[in-house]
Write a protein that binds this ligand. Structure first.
Ligand code: SF4
Length: 236
């Protein structure tokens, strides 16, 4: 368990949690997480630790994919050996270099196709704006290991087997929901981190005691709650 300031992104906590578990020799074979805790880099480091990070892979953030219009990264074939890519029009890229992502410093590969190919290309409207310089369509890829880990995770999550395995995550969400409802976990009553963390330890202990009591007394599992919005729909 880890308590941080609210501004810390979930993805920043995956690796410290794994590090702590590794130091205590408590790393699980599979860590089932929600989408907030996965990145391509985290899939790779989890594998290096000999464990599986099981959670939804981040979406393709390219403009074409976000807008569901035109060719996205997945439509380009990468040739790692020659450090080039082939576009949906069948042309090979003419520039390939590595740089740091402007927002988070992650290493990325910038790949460009020649404007000579893009200008007359019949697929240009689906691909890129009319090029003005010597560069046509540009695509950003992750370095090979991360790219392949991400693509493998995206392929896996479309399968029924992955969905069946991931269904166990509902138990974690149920626990979080119970913690929020029973202990008011969403908001802290305290002004500093150490005491907030202590509050979290008490909340977790209380949940364990409640669950042990329900187990021993044979209290049946609660049914899925109906949200107020759903209740309105049902009443209509
Ligand atoms: S516009 Fe350029 S990159 Fe896109 S398919 Fe045509 S030639 Fe390839």
């Amino acid at each position: 368990m880890s308590t941080t300031d609210a501004v810390v992104a979930d993805t920043e906590m995956t690796e410290p949690v794994h590090q702590t578990l590794a130091e205590r020799e408590l790393l699980p074979d599979v860590h089932v997480v929600d989408a907030g805790y996965t990145t391509a880099a985290l899939f790779v480091t989890a594998t290096e630790r000999g464990m599986e990070l099981l959670g939804p892979a981040p979406h393709d953030s390219s403009r074409q994919s976000r807008q569901d219009q035109g060719f996205s990264r997945a439509d380009f074939t990468i040739d790692w050996d020659t450090e080039s890519a082939v576009c949906p029009g069948g042309h090979r890229s003419f520039e390939w270099w590595e740089q740091k992502h402007h927002r988070n410093g992650t290493p990325v590969l910038k790949v460009f196709f020649s404007a000579e190919h893009c200008r007359p290309c019949p697929k240009q409207a689906q691909c890129t704006k009319p090029p003005s310089g010597r560069r046509g369509r540009g695509v950003t890829f992750l370095p090979r290991e991360r790219h392949e880990a991400l693509e493998a995770a995206r392929r896996a999550q479309d399968t029924d087997e992955w969905k069946a395995r991931y269904a166990i995550r509902a138990g974690v969400e149920g626990t979080i929901s119970q913690a929020v409802r029973v202990t008011g976990l969403r908001r802290t009553r305290y002004r500093n981190l150490p005491i907030t963390r202590l509050g979290h330890v008490f909340a977790a202990t209380a949940l364990n005691i409640i669950r042990i009591d329900r187990w021993l007394t044979g209290t049946p599992l609660g049914s899925t709650r109906t949200s107020r919005f759903e209740a309105l729909i049902l009443a209509a």
